[in-house]
Design a protein around this ligand. Structure first.
Ligand SMILES: Nc1ncnc2c1ncn2[C@@H]1O[C@H](COP(=O)(O)OP(=O)(O)O)[C@@H](O)[C@H]1O
Ligand SMILES: [Mg+2]
Length: 378
C-alpha cells in the first residue's frame, strides 16, 4: 500500500490542498515554518487519529476556522481504501471513515496507512522523561497488538477512578474491585510491552550497530512491579506472572497508597532503558549517551518499530522522514539512508529544507516544494 493522494482542508497551515504521490515516494522541500511537519502530521493523523506531536485536535484546525478534514487514498496499484478524518471545534466531534463508512470502534480504523514517522524530536524518547517512552510503546502496541488499545483505555479509566477514591480516603473494601480491575488490565498492558521489547531487542541492536559502528546496544523494559520469575531480563513472563506480581505490590503498598492518595504501581509508572556497552559496563543512554548516540538509538528504535509493523501487517510500511538527516554527521546520514532505502520498505516521504539531502535517498523520489501551506510538484 502507498499513499496515492492526500487531501487537507483547514488542517494547520493548509487551507485546501490535494497532492498526488507516486508509489516510490516523495521529497518535500521547504524552508522552515512552511508546512513540512504539518503535512506529515496530517498523513500520520490517518494512522492513529491523533497528532503524533501530541497536539490536541482543536490545535490542528487552521487558526480562525471551525473544523478540519484530512483524507488519504491508500492504493496497492489495483484496489485501495480511502481513510478520512474530520474534527469540528464546536461539537468537539471527531468523525473517522473508511471508504465513507464509520467503523464501529476506533480500534478498527487505526493502522490502515501502515506508516512510521521518523522525526528529529524522536530523540526525546531516548533522552526525555519516561512518559515519552510509554507513549511510544502505547502507540506501537495499539497498532500491532489486537486488544491493546481497549485494554489501555480501560486501564486509564480504572486508574483515574481508583485515584479519585484514594484521594477521598476510601477503605480497602471499597477499593478492592478497582484494584482487581487495575491488576487485570494492567498486567495485560505490561505483558504486551515487555514482550514487544523482548521481540525487538535484536532488531534494535542490529540497526544501532549498523548506523554507529559501535559494538553493542540494547533496550530493556523497566516495569514498576518486580519482574516475575527468575529476576533476569531474559525470557518473557506470562500475563499470570505479571498479574501475581502486580497484585502483591498493590497489597504491599496499600497503606502507602492511601496515605498519598495515589496509585503507586502499574504500567503508568513503567519505563524503558536504552543502553550501550561501555568499556566495563552498560551505559544508560538517557544519562550518559552523547547527543549522537541518543539520536542513533532513536532512529534504530523507529526502524525496529517499522520491522514490527511490517511483521504485523504483512506488508511494507510507508516511511516518513521529517528532517532527520540535518542532525546526523555525513557518515551516519549515509548509513541511515542506505538502511531506509532497502527493498523491504515501501513508499518513502522525506522532508528537508535542503534539496541536497535528498540525493542520499537516491534520485528516484519525485520532488515537491511547499510554500506557506501550498504544495507544488517540481
Ligand atoms: N492551527 C494552525 N493554523 C494555522 N497555521 C498553523 C497552525 N498550527 C501551526 N501553524 C503554522 O504552521 C507553521 C509551521 O509549520 P511546520 O509544518 O511545523 O513547519 P516546517 O516546514 O518547519 O516543518 C507555522 O508557521 C505555524 O504558525
Ligand atoms: Mg518541521
Amino acid at each position: 500500500m502507498f499513499l496515492q493522494r492526500l487531501g487537507l482542508r483547514n488542517f494547520r497551515n493548509f487551507e485546501e490542498e490535494a497532492v498526488e504521490f507516486p508509489e516510490r515516494g516523495a521529497a518535500l522541500i521547504a524552508d522552515n515554518g512552511q508546512g513540512k511537519t504539518n503535512l506529515l502530521e496530517g498523513v500520520y493523523y490517518l494512522e492513529i487519529f491523533r497528532s503524533f506531536r501530541g497536539a490536541r485536535d482543536e490545535q490542528l484546525i487552521t487558526f480562525g476556522c471551525g473544523h478540519f478534514r484530512v483524507e488519504g487514498l491508500l492504493s496497492d496499484g489495483e484496489g485501495g481504501v480511502e481513510v478520512a478524518a474530520a474534527y469540528a471545534r464546536e461539537s468537539c466531534r471527531k468523525k473517522v471513515t473508511l471508504d465513507g463508512r464509520e467503523p464501529g470502534r476506533m480500534g478498527e480504523a487505526i493502522g490502515h496507512v501502515g506508516a512510521i514517522i521518523f522525526t528529529a524530536s524522536d530523540v526525546e524518547i531516548v533522552a526525555g522523561g519516561p512518559a515519552a517512552r510509554r507513549r511510544f510503546l502505547d502507540i506501537v502496541l495499539s497498532l500491532v497488538e489486537p486488544g491493546y488499545l481497549s485494554a489501555l483505555q480501560r486501564y486509564r479509566q480504572i486508574l483515574s477512578q481508583r485515584n479519585e477514591l484514594l484521594r477521598h480516603g476510601a477503605s480497602l473494601t471499597e477499593l478492592a474491585a478497582w484494584s482487581a480491575g487495575l491488576v487485570f488490565t494492567g498486567s495485560r498492558i505490561t505483558e504486551a510491552r515487555a514482550r514487544w521489547i523482548a521481540a525487538r531487542r535484536a532488531s534494535f541492536a542490529h540497526y544501532y550497530g549498523a548506523i554507529s559502528g559501535e559494538p553493542e546496544a540494547g533496550l530493556d523494559y523497566v516495569p514498576s512491579v518486580p519482574r516475575p520469575g527468575s529476576g533476569t531480563e531474559e525470557g518473557t513472563p506470562t500475563r499470570e506472572g505479571w498479574s501475581e506480581s502486580f497484585h502483591s505490590e498493590i497489597q504491599r503498598l496499600a497503606d502507602n497508597e492511601r496515605r498519598r492518595g495515589l496509585t503507586l504501581v502499574g504500567p503508568h509508572r513503567d519505563d524503558v532503558s536504552f543502553w550501550v556497552m561501555g568499556s566495563t559496563e552498560r551505559l544508560q543512554l538517557r544519562s550518559f549517551g552523547s547527543a549522537g548516540q541518543q539520536r542513533t538509538a532513536a532512529i534504530a528504535l523507529r526502524m525496529a518499530e517499522a520491522e514490527s509493523l511490517r511483521a504485523a501487517r504483512g506488508r511494507r510500511p510507508i516511511l516518513m522522514l521529517d528532517d532527520v538527516f540535518a542532525e546526523l554527521d555525513p557518515q551516519r546520514a549515509e548509513r541511515v539512508a542506505g538502511l531506509l532505502t532497502a527493498e523491504k520498505w515501501g513508499q518513502v516521504i522525506v522532508t528537508s529544507p535542503k534539496p541536497t539531502e535528498f540525493a542520499l535517498m537516491g534520485k528516484s523520489l519525485a520532488e515537491y516544494r511547499i510554500v506557506g501551506g501550498r504544495v507544488n510538484r517540481l
